[in-house]
Design a protein around this ligand. Sequence first.
Ligand SMILES: [Zn+2]
Length: 113
Amino acid sequence: MMGDEQKRQTPPHRQRCPTCNAARQGERICRRCKSDLSILVQLEGYADGLRRRAQHCYARGWYRQAASLAQTAVSLESSPENLRLLACACLLSGDFARAWRTAKQLTRSAGSQ
Ligand SMILES: [Zn+2]
């Protein structure tokens, strides 16, 4: 049975090898250029774990902890999903300046896609 995380569509920036741009699906070695992607895959997994922990805290109303975890997730991967979570957690924890900066970053990243 697949978890929610696996059912989500793979974000576009995770669908290509950063070396040769071949399609990938989480493999540790690129099937075309044979680049070792194991550290990248590990970091993606770590960022996913941080986001899940941040979502867990957010759902319980622990917004400062959620913002802290989401900030770390964003530092690894500034995906729209991580940025949205960070902006909302900052907003609800009263850190309006960081919420605003994050919302602007989200708008810029949406414009570049
Ligand atoms: Zn490659």
